[in-house]
Design a protein around this ligand. Sequence first.
Ligand code: ZN
Length: 216
Amino acid sequence: MDYQLIRSKRKTLSLQINNNAELIVRAPNRLSVIKIEQFIDEKSNWIEKKSKSISLKKPQKPNYTEGEKFLYLGSEYPLSVNTVHAKGLSFDGEIFSLNNGGKEEFLSWYKASFKKIALPRLEYYAKNYQLSYNQVRLKTQKTLWGSCSSVNNINLNYLLIGAPISVIDYVIVHELCHSVHKNHSKNFWQLIFSILPNYKASKRWLQDNGHRLQNL
Ligand SMILES: [Zn+2]
């Protein structure tokens, strides 16, 4: 069994399966490899069960084939594929229709939808709550949903268009509030709360589902 061994001053052995279903072993500096592997052996049932459940949870990258589901505003919609027309992606409210394409088509469709749906909300919250920003840039980034620079330029990850609108609002308001508080202080969270009293549910949704938005 493959594992990553991390030795430290600790007194006990511990096992962890990370999000990639890899085994991480933490061990005291001087403990012998034989003892460590004995321990792994004893816990093999637990390891197997745990890593199986993690790899099941790990979403497979889409192949852009018929029937695969894609997120939009928090719901999943099936894909219909045809190869007759010119490249492109369209959505009729129930089904995504893809002509000869894949990831590229989804990225540009998501970006255009984000512009149409999310950017007016940024303006709305800025105007109604006297929060200001300079420029907005749309990007895709692995772990970042948004950021706000020292001169209040806001970056937003347009893959958020796969999330429920309340989650999009949360990220927008979060970044706008950074135009007032350049930190995550109590006052910062209070300001968000005064605008979006249910923001914690959105924050949790992102933590639990963020990886699904990235799965293209
Ligand atoms: Zn922040």
